[in-house]
Design a protein around this ligand. Structure first.
Ligand SMILES: Nc1ncnc2c1ncn2[C@@H]1O[C@H](COP(=O)(O)OP(=O)(O)OP(=O)(O)O)[C@@H](O)[C@H]1O
Length: 357
């Protein structure tokens, strides 16, 4: 396994790119540590596949270098990069048995038969597919075919990285959660460097130790699932992660401090920098009903199982709160309180407060 370094990477699909809007990847500098479990998370079109194809060698970046353990591989073709990939749709040989499919990547590289048998048995046990080892792949369900595809991605122990590109797309919803946690467990056992590409926050947060969040060709935050939830560096991360996402409220900055709809807001700490469009970010989990606070009117209440999500209008601004216990009815007047240590200022989308300072 290897540490993967992306250095000053930019990519444009245009022959003569000019402004940054012509670049599908803007400026990427990133180290993927050896043995890490990473997710690359972002909405459709943000550049995930472009980045993955650059790492695998299917695409040569317009600018920048890719290093595996410090060795420049930018100009190496895919077959010399020693990478295993699992795609959205199963890649297996229908005419072969499951055992032969799992053995294939090893046989292809001339691994001794004894070692192949050992490794196939190990992977089959991890994936709980032992009882189907002698079944012909054409007889498998789509779920099981994809499981075997994953097995083929994991069977070699000499690859630099295993990359998963939206691997659960074809999996039945009720099996998804099972395979999600299985993959996490597999990473803990094999300790390979893994990059898991998805637009699904649950998949990313379940699998990864570090999540790389992308928007519009840029990395907006790299962090643990907890860091992304607790302290989004950008309003995009706050909004994209969490259900419902973070409240992002238009705000005004004046001599007397920050206000939302004319009401003063206490922030987590000192404000940094200046200028730019100000917004206050607070997750609905940290907004509560109170006797005093921002005066609003309930617009909607939705039941989300153990909690309710209350949406209130404060002036022209909609604010969501996650509430335990009884909730007021639609149209009722309420007061909303923000937990100060979870209330941050953002400027042009980027965080502009310091913790407790
Ligand atoms: N072959 C191509 N030629 C021109 N533009 C492309 C090409 N492939 C991707 N793009 C553009 O580059 C940007 C990033 O696309 P990319 O496929 O990397 O995003 P993504 O996050 O993987 O999206 P998805 O999840 O939909 O695959 C998009 O604006 C897309 O339209």
């Amino acid at each position: 396994m290897a540490k993967i370094t992306l250095s000053n990477l930019r990519h444009s699909y245009m022959p003569n790119p000019k402004g940054s809007e012509d670049f599908a990847l803007k400026e990427i500098d990133l180290d993927w540590q050896d043995g890490g479990a990473y997710a690359l998370l972002g909405p459709s079109g943000c550049g995930k596949s472009t980045l993955l194809n650059i790492i695998s060698g299917l695409l040569v970046p317009s600018e920048g270098r890719i290093l595996f353990d410090g060795k420049d591989v930018t100009d190496l073709p895919p077959d010399q990069r020693n990478i295993a990939q699992v795609f959205q749709f199963p890649v297996i040989y229908d005419t072969m048995t499951v055992r032969e499919n799992l053995a294939f990547p090893l046989r292809n590289r001339g691994v001794a038969e004894g070692k192949i048998a050992e490794r196939v048995a190990e992977i089959a046990a991890m994936l709980e597919v032992e009882e189907m080892l002698d079944t012909r792949a054409s007889h498998l369900s789509p779920d099981n075919k994809q499981k075997i595809s994953m097995g083929r991605g994991l069977v070699r122990d000499d690859v630099n990285v295993v990359m998963f590109d939206e691997p659960l797309t074809v999996i039945d919803p009720h099996l998804k959660w099972k395979l999600r946690s299985k993959l996490k467990e597999l990473h803990q056992r094999v300790r390979a460097t893994m990059i898991y590409v998805t637009h699904d926050q649950t998949e990313a947060l379940t699998f990864a130790d570090q999540v790389v969040v992308m928007q519009d060709g840029e990395i907006v935050q790299i962090g643990t699932p907890v860091e992304l939830f607790e302290r989004p560096q950008h309003t995009f991360v706050g909004h994209f992660i969490g259900s419902p996402g973070m409240n992002v409220l238009p705000a005004d900055e004046g001599q007397g401090g920050v206000t939302v709809e004319g009401h003063p807001i206490t922030l987590e700490g000192k404000i940094t920098g200046n200028g730019g469009a100000a917004q206050v970010g607070i997750r609905p989990e940290f907004v509560s009903l109170a006797k005093t606070g921002l005066p609003g009117r309930v617009r909607k209440v939705s039941d989300i199982g153990r909690h309710s999500v209350l949406e209130a209008m404060v002036g022209e601004t909609s604010i969501k709160a996650v509430i335990d216990g009884p909730v007021p009815a639609q149209g009722e007047a309420v007061h909303l309180a923000f937990r100060a240590d979870q209330t941050r200022l953002y400027r042009d989308g980027w965080i502009a407060t310091e913790v407790g300072a």
